[in-house]
Design a protein around this ligand. Structure first.
Ligand code: NAD
Length: 339
């Protein structure tokens, strides 16, 4: 029997998670919730998804000629798990509804950590999410950080992590967001919230991050510096990165910008031109004694999609082991199968 998944909030993350659910052999997309009959609702119609809305929006959908299956409550009662991909803090309001109907839910990184029993990353703490009722998939930057921290921790014990996060200012469709010029320290005083969010998953890690917002929509770029417990070798670091799921090494001689990366993803027919992997520039990996540094890109719109799929498996216990779920997810989404 397939797990029935509903997606509440059909925006940047919700539309991608909905599509990814349709690619899983053990899941079925029961429907999506859209509040407004806008262009994104039309794209859901085109994809043949069952559309649900809020009671107050029914008239608007009818007047636009978009057929709806019912209201949010109808979708909730017909699923095993809801992926809540509404804007930050809306999930907190929705939680009362999920509780009322005794449905499991997965929230996103824009929600406060307290919304869920576990803040989640597939590689780091899949087991902690097994059978839970509420799980929060951490944000795009935090997911990117956790994957790389996991890979470097496999080489040897990490004493501390220091990092700079160059954040994309907005997603492509966010026409009212900025800045369109200038770099903005966000916040001026470290740590940025990303380090604190990493600590919701690995609570004893010594990590400090700075963040700067840059006028781009394509991807974030992180520069990290690790201090290791002992001296490590470049080969071992590269080997661990190459053998960690969802981390892709690229040659800076071949491409050295987020623009080329995103174009390549489009060239090879990735859905939405998405990059689900952390893309580490192999040339940027620097090792001297106990010091490791590296630079990588995080496609903010896509990176949390595989973790949402794994969170569905963990919460419903259709896969008991992280490796099992990661393998299924990655095969179905073509992860690490590039050229
Ligand atoms: P978005 O604005 O693109 O999409 C949210 C969707 O929810 C919109 O379609 C909106 O109309 C709809 N919505 C608003 N109120 C609703 C309600 N009450 N019920 C149902 N739907 C409602 O936002 P997003 O970028 O997809 O972000 C969703 C969550 O994912 C946030 O927590 C965000 O922090 C997190 N996240 C975003 C990114 C990113 O780069 N965009 C990356 C990782 C995590």
């Amino acid at each position: 029997m397939k797990v029935r998944v509903g997606v509440n909030g059909y925006g940047t993350i919700g539309k991608r998670v909905a599509w990814a659910v349709t690619q899983q052999p053990d899941m079925e997309l029961a429907g999506i919730v859209k509040t407004r009959p806008n262009w994104e609702a039309l794209s859901a119609v085109k994809r043949g998804y069952k559309i649900y809305t809020l009671r107050d929006s029914l008239k608007e959908f009818h007047s636009r000629g978009i057929a709806v299956q019912g209201v949010l409550e109808d979708l909730i009662t017909s699923v095993d798990v809801i992926v809540d991909a509404t804007p930050g803090d809306v999930g907190a309001t929705n939680k009362a509804l999920y509780e009322r109907f005794s449905r499991k839910a997965i929230f996103q990184g824009g929600e406060e950590p307290g919304i869920a029993e576990v803040s989640f990353n597939s590689l780091v703490n899949y087991r902690e999410a097994l059978g839970r009722n509420y799980v929060r998939v951490v944000s795009c930057n935090t997911t990117g950080l956790l994957r790389v921290i996991h890979a470097i921790s496999r080489v040897d014990r990490v004493k501390n992590v220091r990092g700079l996060i160059i954040r994309r200012a907005a997603d492509l469709k966010e026409v009212k967001k900025g800045p369109v010029e200038g770099l903005v320290l966000d916040p001026p005083k470290p740590p940025s919230h990303h380090a604190l969010d990493v600590n919701t998953v690995i609570n004893d890690l010594d990590i400090v991050t700075y963040a700067v917002i840059a006028p781009t929509t394509l991807a974030h770029v992180h520069v990290l510096r690790f201090t290791m417990e002992r001296n490590v070798s470049l080969d071992k670091v590269l080997d661990s990165l190459a053998n960690t799921p969802r981390i892709l090494l690229v040659d800076g001689g071949l491409l050295k910008s987020t623009a080329e990366l995103r174009e390549l993803a489009r060239d090879i027919g990735r859905p939405y031109g998405d990059i689900f992997e952390n893309v580490v520039w192999s040339d940027s990996v620097y090792v001297r004694g106990d010091e490791v540094m590296l630079t990588y890109a995080v496609h903010q719109e896509a990176i949390v999609v595989p973790e949402n799929i794994d969170a569905v498996r963990a919460i419903t216990r259709i896969a008991e082991r992280a490796e099992e779920s990661i393998k299924l997810t990655d095969e179905s989404l073509g992860i690490k199968r590039w050229l």
